[in-house]
Write a protein that binds this ligand. Sequence first.
Ligand code: PGA
Length: 252
Amino acid sequence: MKPIIIGNWKMKLNYQQSKTLAQELANLANPVDTSNNDIVVCPLHSAFLLVKEILKDSGIKMGVQDIFWEESGAFTGCESPKFLADAGCQYAIIGHSERRQYLGETNEWIHKKIKGALDNGIVPILCVGETFSERQQGLTDYIILNQVIKALSGIDLVAGEELVIAYEPVWVIGSGRAIDPAEAEQAFRVIRQAVIDLWPLTIVETNVRIIYGGSIDASNFREFIDLEYFAGFLVGGASLSSQEFWQIIKNI
Ligand code: PGA
């Protein structure tokens, strides 16, 4: 599958900065050739429509950093997958480690969110990864496998539905140092095996992209692009600089 490069803006930009970054990306894209890769940005929900409007002719696709599972109802503060899909959202990050860590996001919620996204035609970007202490205890493969299985078991990915799974070692996120690419490749294998156990190989090969996230920047991304099963990046910090993000996009 063609690689996907996703910018996770987190809660790091204010309104004006979001506008400026979107404008810079629109200028660089002009519009971008999407035959080589897919490019997605995930601003805050509150900046979604603003950024979408600026990027409307750029070829860059829109995503969000979280989503709720119900389409409508008395759920104060939640973001409906149906509403977002109608508003032009094509991707949703689900189960990011910062939400697991600070907001008590559980595997059960993550599973429901994946389902809610898929039911509304939104591509879930499921994030999985181990903490440093889990790695030290030799639990990396187990943690990844467990997170993938809990999120996806019982979901029947069918033709036409896509999924992105981002391996993001928690201890590497925002650290400025990416993981050893060989370790990322090992995680890709574990994830791939887990999804092969769930769905037919043809679906896995055409509809599931496994990507890496965690301190990727313009200086280190090349070390990952030839890894087996590599299909893209989830980029945090480096996606806040239009030039740096574009360096990565242009060279994949
Ligand atoms: P980082 O963030 O690139 O700043 O490490 C990645 C992520 O959290 O998605």
